[in-house]
Design a protein around this ligand. Structure first.
Ligand code: DGY
Length: 333
């Protein structure tokens, strides 16, 4: 039997690379930046599996670069970079890394919420600038987080973890989702409202939905206009869920008070993007899951998906369950 061939599109934590290289012939892209498209197409050729990142667009062309591609293992919980319908059609198993990054991402969402509300980044810059002369009664006044109202758009794993954190701050928690979760409502003391009510009555709106055609620009000009002028928007999900130009106009014109953003419509966001000129924006470079422990756990899960997939076994964390027992399994005999 031939050893399975795999392409790993970036250097993920070493323990996972060690596991993969023990059972596969591993081709690893070691640059800091993602492989350019033509390199990706070239290196996928002849592979039975690929371990990809959200920066790699995995479409039909990539899938067809290797007729015996058996598995696409994405090093992320989100998989909007992968054409799932194309994978289904080819009976290729697709995996992700659910669960392990939930709390870490919720921590970041809450950090952004606090940072914008209490103007932490502005205050840090001010402290370092030498402008600070005395304790000031009106210096850098922000907003209270405690006893305010948090609106969660999306009440899946990450949204619910943010709700838990909010309870510690005595916040009133409300959520909108396409599916109501009454058990979680009771456990977390959250109430279900429609999106319009949520936007109109929340002091903080935090987004936790995956990017799909239904959620693209879910928060656009109309939705932003519903928000309170004192409200703060937090997005740690996917940039295109929010219409970024509408958000910029809303922040610039003071129609909402601030935003904490870990994700952007185009990543990396350009240095001269007008959004970054606003003082009421705290921006981070898509680091929701970026803790040492979490990134290692994600890598191990992605490695497990990859190895099970190339060996023609059902992968443990599969996002296309419709590709069940008859998944593609050619090329190793
Ligand atoms: C994900 O997993 O989808 C995050 O955006 C990156 O960890």
């Amino acid at each position: 039997m031939v050893t399975p061939k795999v392409f790993v599109t970036r250097k993920i934590p070493q323990p996972a690379l060690d596991i993969i290289s023990r059972s596969c012939e591993m081709d690893l892209w070691t640059d800091e930046l993602p492989p350019p498209r033509e390199v990706l197409l070239q290196r996928v050729k002849g592979c039975h599996g690929i371990l990809t990142l959200l920066t790699d667009r995995i479409d039909e062309e990539v899938m067809d670069a290797s007729p015996c591609l058996r598995v696409i293992s994405n090093y992320a919980v989100g998989y909007d970079n992968i054409d799932l319908a194309a994978a289904d059609k080819r009976r290729i198993q697709v995996g992700n890394t659910p669960g392990v990054l939930t709390e870490t991402t919720a921590d970041l969402a809450f950090s952004l919420l606090l940072a914008v509300a209490r103007r932490i980044v502005e205050a840090d810059r001010y402290t370092r600038s030498g402008e600070w002369q005395t304790w000031g009664p009106t210096l850098l006044l922000g907003q209270d987080v405690h006893h305010s109202t948090l609106g969660l758009v999306g009440f899946g794993r990450i949204g619910r973890e943010v709700a838990k954190r909010a309870r510690g701050f005595d916040m009133k928690v409300q959520y909108f989702d396409t599916v109501r979760n009454e058990q979680a409502e009771t456990e977390l003391g959250a109430s279900f409202v429609d999106l319009e009510t949520l936007l109109a009555t929340s002091d903080f709106v935090s987004i936790h939905v995956p990017l799909t055609e239904a959620t693209r620009h879910l928060i656009g000009e109309r939705e932003l206009r519903l928000m309170k002028p004192t409200a703060i928007l937090v997005n740690t999900s996917r940039g295109p869920v929010v219409d970024q130009s509408a958000l910029y106009a809303s922040l610039r014109d003071g129609r909402i008070a601030g935003a904490g953003l870990d994700v952007f419509e185009h990543e990396p966001i350009a240095k001269n993007d007008p959004l970054l000129s606003l003082k009421n924006v705290v921006a981070t470079p898509h680091i929701g899951s970026a803790s040492v422990n979490t990134r290692t756990k994600m890598a191990l899960m992605a490695a497990e998906n990859l190895i099970e997939g190339v060996n023609c076994r059902p992968i443990p964390y599969k996002v296309n369950p419709e590709v069940d027992s008859d998944f593609r399994c050619c090329g190793l005999d």
